[in-house]
Each structure stands twice: as C-alpha cells, then as structure tokens.
Design a protein around this ligand. Structure first.
Ligand code: HPA
Length: 249
C-alpha cells in the first residue's frame, strides 16, 4: 500500500529519501519512507523548512505530488484551536465535517463542470482507521466540525463566538486540501492536534506552551500514524476513487 501524509505545524517526523516531485502546479519535496510492506510519502504542508504561511500553501501541488507518487490514501495532520471548553489543548480531534471559510478557491477543475460530492466529507475507511488508532493511543478523542479560516491571523473573539455556533475547532489548513484530495480520487481523512483554546476563550497561550504541546504530542501523533498505516486494508472499498467522474456534468 502507498499512503501519503501531509504534515502540519510541529509535526515533521518522517525520515527517508527526500525526492523533489515536479508537478504541473509547482515543485514539492516528498520524503519517501518505508513502514513494513508499506510505502509512506510524507509532504511537509508548508514546504521544506516551513516557509509558507497558511494562505500561501500550494495545496494543489502537494496533492498532485502525492498522486504522482501513486498514493491512493492521504492523512492530513493539522493543528487547531478549540471552540469548546471540553476540547482542551493536547487532545486529538478527528474531524467528521468541515466548513471552508478560505477565500481563494483552488481546484483541479479550472475548466468544465465537475462538482465533486462532499456529502461524506472524509473517506469513511481512512477516517475510521484514524479514529480507532487515535483512541487506542489517547483514549479520549474529540470529533466534530472543523471551521477553516484563511489565516494567517488568528480569530477575533466575535468571530470565535460566531464559529462556536456550528463548529468544534478552528484551523487554517484543512481546506481546500480535503476537497482537492476528493477531486483527485484520493481517500482523505484528517487528524488534528488541539494546541490552544480559540481567541477569547482564555488569555492568549504563550508560544512556548504551544511548542511544549507539540513536543509532548509529536510521539503520540507519530504512533497513531504508524498504527493507521498498519491497520488499513490493502484494497480500498470506499467510493473516493471515482468522485470526479461521478461529479462530471
Ligand atoms: N485558530 C486558527 N488556527 C489555529 C488555531 C487557532 O486558534 N490554533 C492552531 N491553529
């Protein structure tokens, strides 16, 4: 099996051969690692050395590079702020749905009329595997709706009050990554690390405390990823592969 992992802030854990993949959307550095019989292709979402802020991430190039490496499943790691008092920093969160508030609209279908179905926003097979692995590592794992903003700034308290009405966490990177994966026929699910309570729910969390959470959680996230890679069946039995064909008018 070939699986792609897109790593976010604070989560860079794969060692292997770094290859540069030249896609139609730009060049992407991919770390090729081996886990047992499985090939893992790791893309640092923000570019090598974390040079790209959220609004500059080249999501199309990242997904295309993974597709060019012939992966068929992708796990996106993100960090999020919590909108709920009971979802606390250091917890793992597995999104079940998302709302895309980002403002640029990259798609793989710039011409024609392809409208992929997002009524099941994540691949059910990969999402279940992520959830099970997260639970086996951390017991209590939160689930719910991820609101995605453009960033790079954080939210105002009024924005947080609004988002609280329909979402559980807020972050800057899940969209349009999840949609682009669907457009390319790749299975996609996400694992989020809660790094802070969102603006207005507590005094601003000092950067060192957030960094300490990354340090504490990095081994847990890596263990979850290893477990997911081992637990996924070789063949896909979901419908993600044909999403674009089914969305063609
Ligand atoms: N808001 C948006 N994105 C984030 C946050 C936040 O509070 N924390 C981590 N990513």
């Amino acid at each position: 099996m070939r699986i792609g992992i897109i790593g976010g802030t604070g989560i860079y854990g794969y060692e292997g051969n770094t290859v540069s993949v030249d896609t139609a959307y730009g060049e992407v550095e991919v770390v090729h690692a081996v886990q047992g019989d499985h090939a893992v292709f790791f893309v640092p979402r923000h570019g090598a050395g974390h040079v790209l802020p959220p609004h500059r991430v080249n999501h199309r190039a990242n997904l295309q590079a993974l597709a060019d490496c012939h992966v068929d499943r992708v796990i996106g790691i993100t960090t999020v702020g919590s909108l709920r008092e009971d979802i606390t920093p250091g917890m793992l969160f597995v999104p079940g749905d998302f709302i895309d508030f980002t403002v640029s609209r990259p798609t793989f279908f710039d011409r024609g009329a392809v409208h992929v179905d997002m009524s099941q926003p994540f691949c059910p097979e990969v999402r279940e595997a992520v959830l099970a692995a997260a639970r086996s590592r951390q017991g209590e794992v939160a689930e719910g709706v991820y609101a995605c903003t453009s960033g790079p700034r954080l939210e105002t308290p009024a924005e947080v009050a609004l988002l609280q009405q329909f979402a559980h966490v807020v972050g800057m990177t899940l969209a349009p990554e999840a949609t682009l994966a669907r457009e390319r026929g790749l299975c996609y699910a996400s694992l989020s690390l809660v790094s802070n309570l969102a603006a207005g729910l507590q005094k601003a969390l000092p950067a060192q405390e957030i960094a300490a959470i990354y340090d504490r959680m990095r081994p847990v996230v890596m263990a979850v990823l290893r477990e997911v890679v081992c637990s996924l069946p070789e063949e896909r039995s979901c419908g993600c592969r044909g999403a674009a064909e089914r969305g063609q008018l």
